[in-house]
Design a protein around this ligand. Structure first.
Ligand SMILES: O=C[C@H](O)[C@H](O)[C@H](O)COP(=O)(O)O
Length: 231
């Protein structure tokens, strides 16, 4: 069922795509539906769009399904990014990075005039933080960066377990050659403050809190799609 809901959310967001648009393409199982549906529409209508993918996986998928790809070097200003999320609250604040693509996703979303999030209803939460917050860090100085994050959270009275994401027996490596810490916070009461604090730690490249980037969302439930913000 969840996969069908993801597809329905993607289909609704596809209505926001107009000829000539420059698009950002998200990463993950929900964004995959959008890329596939976009490929179908391009083939059916000869729709002219160019797209910047947010991961190597999305780049490969887009090429496979006939979606034209470009880069931010060629198109530094995009009209619309459509992406999934791990959590979204009623203020359109997000946790992203469950698939490890948060850095490119944030760069692409920031280069876009609008960002639409597509999700099934399980992603819509009252308070962010049930999903572990991904934090991308450079491998150099890993232990010191870990210590700085723990110290920051402790000073704010937040208890967390912090895990280096693994792939098999090795650390998971992002498309940018970095590692990811997953922070189990339970509830994030002040996402803006946590985001600002994490960004001050030198070894932190980016964190998965997306604040002020999402302009609209399609939340798919069995009885229909709820629209948050503006599509
Ligand atoms: O890094 C991955 C992205 O932030 C994804 O958009 C997010 O994890 C949601 O993925 P999915 O649609 O597979 O739940």
């Amino acid at each position: 069922m969840s996969d069908e809901l993801k597809r329905r959310a993607a289909k609704r967001a596809l209505q926001a795509v107009r000829p000539g648009m420059k698009l950002g393409l998200g990463t993950g199982s929900t964004a995959e539906h959008f890329v596939r549906l976009l490929g179908e529409r391009i083939a059916a209508e000869s729709l002219e769009v160019v797209c910047v993918p947010t991961s190597e996986a999305t780049r490969n998928l887009a090429q496979e399904v006939g979606v034209p790809i470009t880069t931010l070097e060629h198109e530094p200003a995009l009209d619309l990014t459509v992406d999934g999320a791990d959590e979204i609250d009623s203020q359109l604040r997000l946790i992203k990075g469950g698939g490890g693509a948060l850095l490119r996703e944030k760069i692409v979303a920031s280069a876009s005039t609008r960002m639409i999030v597509i999700a099934d209803e399980s992603k819509h939460v009252g308070t962010l933080g049930r999903f572990p917050l991904p934090v991308e860090v450079v491998p150099f100085g890993l232990a010191a960066t870990r210590r700085a994050i723990v110290s920051l959270l402790g000073a704010r009275g937040l208890s967390t377990s912090l895990e280096l994401r693994q792939k098999g027996n090795d650390p998971f490596v992002t498309d940018n050659g970095n590692y990811i810490f997953d922070l189990k916070l339970g509830a994030i009461d002040e996402p803006e403050r946590l985001a600002a604090d994490l960004s001050k730690i030198p070894g932190v490249v980016e964190h998965g809190l997306f604040i002020g980037l999402c302009s609209g969302a399609v939340i798919a439930a069995p009885d229909g799609e709820e629209i948050l913000g503006q599509l």
